[in-house]
Ligand binder design. Structure first.
Ligand code: GLU
Length: 380
């Protein structure tokens, strides 16, 4: 049984969320001789299959294409000597990598799917929505998507460059609540543990500020993949801002996922507590008490993360109290957002289309800052 912990981010465990992204780093997948670490991978897939069987929807972000292809093609510098080498290595490695994932998952009766995406695919809104819909469909069908960057076509400028950030963006696109980055480090330390014997592991981070960012340095432990601690922290920031927790854990041992689930040994980065939980809850609400129509200017402002002001509203439907959940409808009748109304429907109707400085006279009391405050609103 998968617990719904979205209301309680203080004890959020990425291992227990309904949708989970597991990212596997190159150094774990490919041994120094260029062979896939099939036995180890088999133990990980067993853990993924157990999570899947327990009702968790899992997507895998798998690195390793370049590392694997480079060794097969005997290319220098792990295939990263030039863009052409990396692209040839990726194309060669990817086909083998997908085959291994598909075979291992099939042994547990799980259907695998492959998605190769570029940065542009997830930055462009339409393509992002497209990728997001595909992921959603695959996951609800019980398929395990195996995702990697489409390295063989992406140029240096339009690459993610590391699968840590790719995994975080995939989590966002899939609406996942958690991401686990399995790699050859076991978490974030106060300093580089290779250099500083006093470095200690930080088990949880609730605020990813400059002090935390300063604890990372740019090196990758193995030199095989491209993501160092800096890219992992950037990934945590992306995941957290999408309301997902992100954990960094070691994948060095067999049954890496189960070990993490059992021990929680690693570093977990938690999404902002109130906003994340409330917005997840808001988005999940099925019953709303009413709606407010807004004009194109207000719709654009909402898209930029602004609150909904009375001036941008054009009509009010339904009967609601202050604090009730309402929908915000755009000029083309599209449902744009859902949030908690700062006014009851009668007062909201009085002030729509009016500028903030006129509200006190109309209402007879000090107005609130918005019709729907951005902290209490989720964009749909
Ligand atoms: N997409 C790259 C590959 O499959 C890995 C990027 C990374 O190291 O994170 O080889």
């Amino acid at each position: 049984m998968v617990a719904d912990l979205s209301q309680d981010s203080a004890r959020f465990s990425p291992a227990q969320c309904a949708r989970l992204i597991v990212k596997v780093g190159s150094a774990l997948l490919v041994d120094p001789d260029g062979a896939i670490r099939g036995r180890w991978l088999g133990t990980l897939v067993k853990d993924i299959a157990a999570a899947h069987k327990a009702g968790q929807q899992v997507a895998i972000v798998s690195s390793g294409a370049i590392a694997l292809g480079a060794r097969r093609l005997k290319l220098p510098k792990g295939g990263r000597a030039s863009l052409e080498d990396a692209q040839a290595a990726a194309a060669t490695g990817q086909i083998a990598l997908s085959q291994v994932w598909a075979d291992l998952l099939a042994a547990h009766g799980i259907i695998a799917a492959q998605m190769l995406v570029t940065l542009d695919d997830l930055e462009d809104r339409r393509r992002y929505l497209n990728a997001s819909a595909t992921l959603d469909r695959l996951l609800t069908l019980g398929v395990v998507p195996v995702i990697n960057e489409n390295d063989s076509v992406a140029t240096a400028e339009i690459r993610f460059g590391d699968n840590d950030r790719l995994a975080a963006r995939v989590a966002q696109a899939a609406g996942a609540q958690g991401v686990i980055l399995l790699s050859d480090v076991d978490g974030l330390y106060t300093a580089n543990p290779g250099h500083d014997p006093d470095a200690t592991l930080i088990p949880r981070v609730e605020k990813l500020d400059a002090r935390i960012m300063a604890m990372a340095d740019g090196r990758t432990a193995s030199g095989m993949g491209s993501g160092g601690m800096v890219s992992k922290l950037e990934a945590a920031r992306i995941a957290n801002s999408a309301g997902a927790a992100l954990a960094i854990a070691t994948g060095k041992n067999d049954h890496a996922l189960k070990r993490y689930l059992d021990s929680s040994h690693g570093t977990v980065f938690l999404p902002e507590r109130h906003a994340g939980a409330r917005k997840a809850w808001l988005a999940g609400r099925l019953r709303v008490k009413g709606s407010i129509h807004i004009d194109a200017g207000a719709a654009a402002a909402l898209g930029k993360g602004k609150s909904l002001l009375a001036a941008g509203a054009t009509s009010v439907q339904g009967s609601f109290e202050r604090g009730d959940v309402i929908d915000v409808i755009g000029p083309g009748e599209q449902r744009l957002a859902r949030g908690l109304s700062e006014y009851d429907s009668a007062d909201a109707a009085k002030i729509i289309g009016r500028r903030s400085d006129a509200l006190e006279t109309i209402l007879g009391y000090a107005p609130r800052t918005a019709l729907v405050h951005r902290d209490h609103m989720v964009i749909l």
